[in-house]
Design a protein around this ligand. Structure first.
Ligand code: HEM
Length: 536
């Protein structure tokens, strides 16, 4: 008797579950009916075929921003279009029109989509500045924001040039050794030492002695990516265990550092003001001592701090490192631009290395005069935007409105202002598939659409450290490109371009495509031969 009732109950629950899914399927599929979208929308599979086609156009591991650009380009989609992957994912609203993007970034800034938290959690832990919203974001922003004001960043140029000095000398050794180097790996050490100084107030010496913290943080990237994207449950479990062990080590080492500094500051007779604190960590501890003078640095507080510090250390070194690597890759393929860049450095600074360092330190704002260097960085970031954002509609907002049009934003949709697609859009840029820094100079530069270049995104949630990143990149290029020649070691070239919107793979094969990591990064196989350029 019991068994029969039991069966009836299970069957009823099953029927209700299936009925609810069918209703949801009908609602979701209907929603897409009159919206702009790729062709071939199917009642059972939505746009799965279109997305599969897009993903198969690229090598495995390619960052999904390329899929959106591929669809936009191939099907000549309008500046906002919809992708239906339910039940695999919530609806995706891809924005390639820069003016519509500004509606959700600045006019009525949309909060971060919960998917960002899902994506960042394996890397940084829960609730970091980059993933949070509302009060939690304000709390995080107060915690770390003061370290990135424009005036504070300019005062750090001397420190950046110190790390640049070591970076330069390391390249000398690499050139003497003559082997092919993983430029991203080598660059990450210099950039990490800069971010380390900003966060902790002292260098972690990744360049000189190697840093276990950097090694651990970088070692989280592969397992975190596997936890997020592998379909193999055993591989996922193994990656999760590896990640758990590394995260514990990182957590323990950062906790120890914060506690040590907290104890020192507690014993100090006179504490600096918040504005004069020498690192982000000092500022965080100062705030805590002022807000709750007798409270210990307990676990909850440490967890919050560590999540944010990891976001800065990981995000802060990976993004700038990838940009530097791509910039060197482009310069190695464009000797004419490299020659002009060297000339600019000689003219605005000095042909000598030591004198260049002296000028950077005595007159940091002279780096602002490096117009072509700036344009090279901007063009690198146009071609290869490293960051990526996903937003969701604020409560009560049902539409994105622009120029009298209304586009619906329901069903928890992911709103994706795809900077890559905008920056590759032929209606906004002349020859977007060419590396041409001059597009940012003179009259052509002045006539560009104001919001078409958005690698740091815009609005209140734009990159907190864009001034720092630009300064770092200018100084590192200034201290490297005149003394070294880089040659990309690429063994393959694609006989014909994989896709219609770019053809760089005809020269450098699949290294032309950014891969998924914590950011859209260079392929690990990207290696360079480094040689002395012949200057003393
Ligand atoms: C070339 C280098 C960099 C690029 C291209 C870049 C790009 C971005 C992008 C696209 C966002 C997301 C904006 C959004 O969701 O709308 C972002 C956010 C952020 N970036 Fe960067 N970034 C770079 C360097 C850095 C550095 C050096 C740091 C720190 C040391 C940093 C810290 C952050 C933080 C904390 C956020 C979150 C800000 C918030 O949500 O309030 N970034 N970045």
């Amino acid at each position: 008797m019991f068994a029969r009732w039991h069966l009836v109950l299970v069957a009823s629950v099953g029927v209700i579950w299936v009925a609810r899914k069918v209703v949801k399927l009908i609602i979701v599929r209907r929603w897409f009916k009159n919206l702009p979208q790729p062709p071939g929308h199917n009642f059972l599979s939505g746009h799965l075929a279109a997305m599969t086609e897009a993903s198969q156009a690229f090598p495995p591991g390619t960052h999904p921003q390329y899929y959106y650009t591929y669809l936009a380009h191939k099907y000549k989609l309008p500046g906002i279009f919809y992708i239906d992957l339910w039940p695999l994912a919530v609806p995706q609203i891809v924005i390639t029109d820069p003016d519509i993007a500004m509606q959700v970034l600045t006019v009525n800034p949309f909060p971060k989509h919960p998917q960002i938290e899902v994506f960042l959690q394996p890397f940084t832990g829960k609730g970091s500045i980059a993933a949070s919203n509302g009060d939690r974001w304000k709390y995080n922003h107060r915690m770390v924001g003061g370290g990135f004001t424009a005036s504070h960043i300019k005062s750090m140029i001397t420190m950046i040039s110190e790390e640049g000095f070591t970076f330069h000398n390391r390249f000398k050794e690499m050139a003497e050794r003559g082997d092919a180097i993983a430029l991203e790996e080598e660059t990450s050490k210099a950039i990490f030492d800069v971010v380390g100084k900003i966060v902790f107030g002292f260098s972690l010496e990744a360049q000189k002695t190697g840093s276990p913290l950097l090694e651990d943080l970088r070692a989280t990237i592969d397992p975190a990516t596997a936890v997020l994207s592998s379909f193999n449950p055993i591989a996922r479990y193994k990656s999760w265990r590896k990640l758990r062990d590394i995260r514990k080590r990182v957590h323990d080492s950062l906790s120890a550092e914060i506690r040590k500094r907290g104890a020192i500051m507690k014993d100090e007779k006179e504490l600096p003001s918040r504005r004069k604190a020498k690192s982000i960590m000092d500022r965080i501890i100062l705030d805590r001592m002022q807000d709750e003078p007798n409270a210990p640095l307990n676990q909850e507080f440490l967890d919050d701090v560590i999540t944010n510090l990891k976001a800065l250390l990981l995000g802060g070194h990976g993004t700038t490192t990838s940009t530097f690597t791509f910039a060197i890759m482009f310069l190695s393929l464009h000797p004419d631009i490299l020659a002009r860049l060297r000339q600019e450095h000689d003219e605005i600074f000095d042909p000598g290395f030591e004198t260049t360092i002296e000028i950077i330190n005595s007159d940091p704002s002279r780096t602002n005069k490096l117009d072509l260097t700036n344009a090279v960085i901007k063009e690198t970031l146009r071609f290869y935007p490293i960051g990526f954002t996903i937003r969701s509609a604020p409560t009560g907002v049902k539409f994105i409105e622009h120029n009298g049009n209304k586009w619906p934003v329901e069903h928890g949709a992911m709103v994706i202002p795809s900077a890559h697609s905008t920056q590759m859009d032929v209606s906004l840029w002349k020859d977007p598939n060419c590396f041409r820094p001059d597009r940012f100079l003179g009259e052509e530069g002045a006539s560009q659409h104001r919001f078409a270049w958005r690698p740091f995104e815009r609005g209140p949630r734009a990159c907190i450290a864009q001034d720092l990143a630009m300064d770092e990149l200018r100084v590192m290029l200034l201290l490297v490109v005149r003394w070294f020649d880089f040659e990309l070691v690429n063994e393959t070239q694609n006989k014909k371009p994989r896709v219609g919107f770019m053809d760089l793979d005809e020269r450098i094969g699949d290294l032309a495509f950014q891969v998924v990591g914590m950011e859209a990064k260079p392929n690990k196989a990207m290696r360079f031969k480094v040689r002395l350029s012949g200057r003393s």
